[in-house]
Design a protein around this ligand. Structure first.
Ligand SMILES: O=P(O)(O)OC[C@H]1O[C@H](O)[C@H](O)[C@@H](O)[C@@H]1O
Length: 300
């Protein structure tokens, strides 16, 4: 496979290599470097030129393809969180209804690789296979377009190729690498309603500027604007389009123990701030329609 990809997608700014069982794709140009794997269509690293990685990946992440890599930007689609039969429709084999959908468990195809001006763009895509159809019988195409330019742009494009409408919730489940997560300020969520998963999704309003709690697991709804993570020596800007929810998650000192692929101390150095459409921000995608959600990352 590696030889095939290197020949088929020969590009001066791109290198394909293998890590354990996974195919890795490294984009590198004057703006920086980004690394993805076809496993789950997951972006694992983004290092702006002259800067540090914005993304956190666990030191004990698994690279054998048996589960998503813990870290980076897992793609949660076509459902975020638990499978909601009342919205998605009940189907036979529940075992297939894993949290956060099936996309992050599947092998994606390399669709295209090109220069866009002096930026470099990679498109990965996923279409149904037998395993997916057991979980979810609809025809679709899901694409992830990643453009390494002045900023890093990530677009998630869902296409309904079936003859009926279906309901989608989703997230770009980004793990940010930060100096110290507990107490770190995140600007841009002031006054927004959120549902606290750790309190049975009880609703609250973010009265003042958020200081990250460890643990926390909150879905901010009707929130379509940017946020800024005030990391120790940099500001991480997250701009987004077609995303009405922002999820903030940190497992905390106790919760982290439940994750075999996450060392106990590492909750201190990561926070997930996820651009998505969750809970009541989910939407119906009509037959033949497409929906594009995007996230743009920059460190200043
Ligand atoms: O362990 P995972 O399935 O990757 O989920 C990790 C976390 O993802 C999201 O942020 C959810 O809001 C959390 O409730 C969940 O624990």
């Amino acid at each position: 496979m590696l030889d095939y990809l290197q020949q088929r997608f020969d590009h001066p700014n791109v290198r394909f290599y293998q890590r354990d069982q996974l195919i890795m794709i490294e984009l590198k140009n004057g703006y920086g470097q980004a690394t993805l794997t076809t496993h789950g269509g997951t972006l694992l690293s983004y290092i702006p030129a002259g800067g540090q990685d914005l993304l956190w990946v666990s030191d004990t992440a698994i690279y054998d393809g048996s589960k998503p890599v813990r870290g980076g930007v897992p793609v949660c689609w076509p459902w975020f969180g638990g499978y909601d039969a009342s919205k998605m429709g009940a189907h036979p084999t529940d075992a297939a209804k894993k949290a956060h959908g099936f996309a992050r468990y599947e092998l994606w195809e390399v669709e295209s690789l090109e220069s866009v001006g002096d930026a470099t763009q990679l498109v990965l895509s996923l279409v149904p296979n037998e395993r997916i159809q057991q979980a979810w019988p609809f025809d679709f195409k899901l694409s992830l377009a990643v453009t390494l330019g002045k900023q890093l742009r990530v677009e998630l494009i869902g296409e309904n190729r079936s003859d009926q409408a279906w309901f989608v919730t989703e997230a770009l489940h980004t793990y940010f690498k930060v100096a110290k997560a507990p107490g770190m300020v995140i600007e841009g969520l002031e006054g927004i309603t959120y549902y606290d998963k750790n309190q049975d999704f009880a609703p609250f309003t973010q009265a003042d500027t958020l200081k990250v709690q460890a643990p926390m697991d909150c879905v901010y709804v009707d929130h379509s604007v940017s946020v800024v993570l005030k990391d120790h020596d940099r500001d991480i800007h997250i701009d987004k389009t077609n995303s009405a929810s922002t999820i903030v998650w940190n497992p905390g000192a106790e919760g982290v123990k439940a994750f075999a692929d996450m060392p106990d101390d590492q909750y201190q150095h990561m926070v997930c701030v996820e651009a998505g459409n969750a809970l009541q921000n989910g939407y119906e995608l009509a037959a033949g329609e497409r929906h594009t959600m995007s996230m743009t990352l920059a460190a200043r």
